[in-house]
Design a protein around this ligand. Structure first.
Ligand code: AKG
Length: 225
């Protein structure tokens, strides 16, 4: 069953039944078909230390993996309250409709072409995604976004799950999985898996020591939000 997403998405019996079968509904609708789990990560911005992310589109990274179509997206789940002070995500609303912007490497990150970001700033309103724990933000892989360092006393952890459409299997084998069908398992499976202490196969990224967010584009909307 396909559902039309709207602001007042109502969880009725049909939605519950589809969730029981597939385990995911909204991402499937947003990306327009069957999806698979592309990868997950936890971003731990500790108080006064967390790193900044420069302006980018996630497809700026995933394009390089030969995911040929931008039929990909992320669910960003707030573990802690996310605020302007602790470095919540900032997005340019509607920027996913511009298509992919050129990116270049800057340290361990890739950054969108800042001259294009400046232009985008004239037509796409800047939005600070301030969120409560448990809130989820769904965003398309071509949305321009960034985030500041955490300069507050409060930690800002988030859990991010990226999805790729099943028919967009990457043409290059790389560090993220190829198409693997999703199957729903009982909630108890998480507890049964116990505490995972073996970190082999996991990547760790240490945020930049210098605040490269200082290179950010001054946005005209900044004071309005
Ligand atoms: O959570 C953040 O601060 C930004 C995350 C981000 O931009 C990303 O993972 O692509």
């Amino acid at each position: 069953t396909e559902f039309v997403f709207s602001d007042n998405f109502i969880i009725n019996e049909d939605v519950k039944r589809a969730f029981d079968i597939n385990g995911y509904i909204i991402v499937r609708f947003l990306l327009g078909g069957e999806v698979y789990h592309y990868h997950s990560k936890v971003i731990m911005k500790e108080a006064h230390t967390g790193g900044a992310h420069v302006w980018h589109q996630d497809y700026g990274y995933w394009y390089e993996n030969a995911c040929m179509f931008p039929n990909m997206g992320t669910v960003w789940v707030a573990v802690d309250k996310a605020t302007k002070q602790n470095g919540c995500v900032q997005l340019m609303a509607g920027s996913h409709l511009m298509g992919r912007v050129d990116h270049h490497r800057i340290g361990e990150q890739v950054q969108a072409d800042l001259s294009r970001v400046k232009l985008a700033d004239q037509v796409c309103p800047l939005v600070y995604a301030e969120m409560e724990p448990g809130d989820a933000l769904f965003f398309h892989c071509n949305v321009l976004h960034r985030s500041d360092q955490n300069r507050s006393d409060n930690r800002r952890w988030a859990f991010l799950v990226a999805f790729n459409r099943a028919d967009n299997n990457p043409l290059l084998k790389h560090h993220h999985p190829q198409y693997t069908p999703l199957c729903k398992v009982p909630n108890g499976r998480i507890r049964e898996s116990g505490t995972v202490t073996d970190m082999s196969g996991k990547d760790f990224f240490q945020g930049p020591k210098d605040d490269i967010s200082l290179q950010k584009v001054a946005t005209k909307n900044k004071d309005k939000v």
